[in-house]
Design a protein around this ligand. Structure first.
Ligand SMILES: Nc1ncnc2c1ncn2[C@@H]1O[C@H](COP(=O)(O)OP(=O)(O)O)[C@@H](O)[C@H]1O
Ligand SMILES: [Mg+2]
Length: 368
């Protein structure tokens, strides 16, 4: 299949920062590429270049068969981008916003209406459809924004962290929307901080770090590539975490990962249940009490950790339930994380959105 998105050796510098240091990727038509990487890795910059919003210093890109640098306007007519062209109008209702986008793209009034209602339903906004967008909470706006990007069913879509900040119910709803789009033939480049999102949606994953693609494959291939199993231990006493790490190091095939606040230690091992039994005996002999221990196959989190040296970021959800509860965060640059949720939402009768605009995930095209 011809690639619907192709980038060759993209380089982009901002002063001293080499945001893209030779990014190459290709996305076959009708498939989903998940772009994974820590904060500051160059994901958004890649999306912005491919979506014609930013000129690279060098390199080449072709989207839907059209050269991005030579014919940006043509490319723009063939792509959808989350949070970009949508430009939600505060003073229009949710329904009017979507209908307007349809009419801008020369749909008939009837077609635009049908499409708007369909999208509102998809994004759980039907009840709010007749309220002006300015009464919407952050999470609702984000969904409206995404809906607007989908009005015209573009053949190629870029979604930059589409579900960051959404609560689990809306995330699931969006995943279903994305799966439907892909079934209908849309090619998608998706950046995400949620590894389970990449695991579920992406046919192929590219791990990006320091402006380069450092690994590429399906989720299963990447997991197999890093190999081994993982032992996870939760130590009872915070003060004994370091001792437990020392005890485990004799069995570890690589660096142990330690989450201090949860007292969880993860080490790559090989040898299965026998090693697990040895570890339990060793911890017991050293008088280190544990709350939990288990053996598991590597996850995408382990892939991420092994390749980039740190765990994926914790992200606040719109319901304020505190993301996935992981302790790690990206290495540099301001993070999208805010303080813990600010309690029950003051906005939105559906009560599902507790997210202020400051916490809203960065959509493609906006600066972090
Ligand atoms: N407009 C800009 N001006 C200066 N530096 C930028 C700009 N956009 C991105 N960067 C820098 O480029 C690097 C990559 O950023 P970005 O592509 O946003 O990463 P990601 O989306 O993976 O978090 C970061 O170091 C970021 O600070
Ligand atoms: Mg980004």
């Amino acid at each position: 299949m011809a690639p619907a998105i192709q980038a060759e050796n993209l380089v982009k510098t901002f002063g001293d920062v080499r945001a893209l240091d030779g990014v190459s990727l290709d996305v076959p038509e009708g498939t989903v590429l998940g772009l994974l990487g820590p904060n500051g890795a160059g994901k958004t910059t890649t999306v912005r270049v491919l979506a014609t919003l930013l000129r690279p210093d060098s390199g080449r890109a072709v989207v839907a068969g059209v050269d991005v640098l030579k014919h940006p306007n043509k490319v723009r007519s063939l792509i959808g981008l989350s949070g970009q062209y949508a430009a939600v109008d505060e003073y229009l209702t949710g329904f009017e916003n979507l209908q307007m986008v349809g009419e801008l793209y020369q749909m008939s009034a009837r077609q635009a209406k049908v499409r708007a209602l369909e999208l509102l339903e998809w994004f759980n906004l039907t009840e709010a459809k007749d309220r002006t967008a300015k009464t919407y909470s952050g999470g609702m706006r984000r969904r409206l924004d995404l809906a607007a990007a989908l009005v015209v069913r573009p053949p190629v879509m870029f979604l930059d962290e589409p579900t960051t900040g959404l609560d689990p119910r809306n995330r699931l709803a969006l995943w279903e929307v994305i799966e439907t789009l892909v079934e209908q033939g849309t090619t998608l480049l998706l950046t995400t901080q949620y590894l389970e999102e990449a695991d579920r949606l992406a046919h192929d994953i590219a791990v990006v770090d320091h402006g380069r693609v450092i690994a590429r494959g399906t989720a299963d291939q990447l997991k197999a590539q890093i190999g081994g199993e993982r032992i996870e231990v939760v130590v009872h006493e915070p003060g004994l975490v370091a001792d437990a790490v020392a005890a485990l190091s004799g069995y570890a095939l690589g660096e142990p990962a330690v989450e201090k606040n949860t007292r969880r230690i993860t080490v790559p091992v090989s040898g299965g249940a026998r090693v697990l039994a040895d570890v339990i005996r060793e911890l017991d002999a050293r008088g280190i009490e544990i709350d939990d221990i288990g053996l598991r196959r590597p996850t995408l989190d382990d892939v991420f950790l092994t390749l980039t040296g740190h765990v994926a970021e914790t992200v606040e959800e719109e319901s304020g339930s505190g993301g996935r509860g992981r302790g790690g965060r990206g290495k540099g640059g301001p993070s999208a994380e805010g303080p813990p949720a600010e309690g029950p939402s003051a906005e939105g009768p559906d009560g599902s959105d507790g997210q202020g605009p400051d916490k809203q995930a960065v959509a493609a095209g906006t600066e972090r």
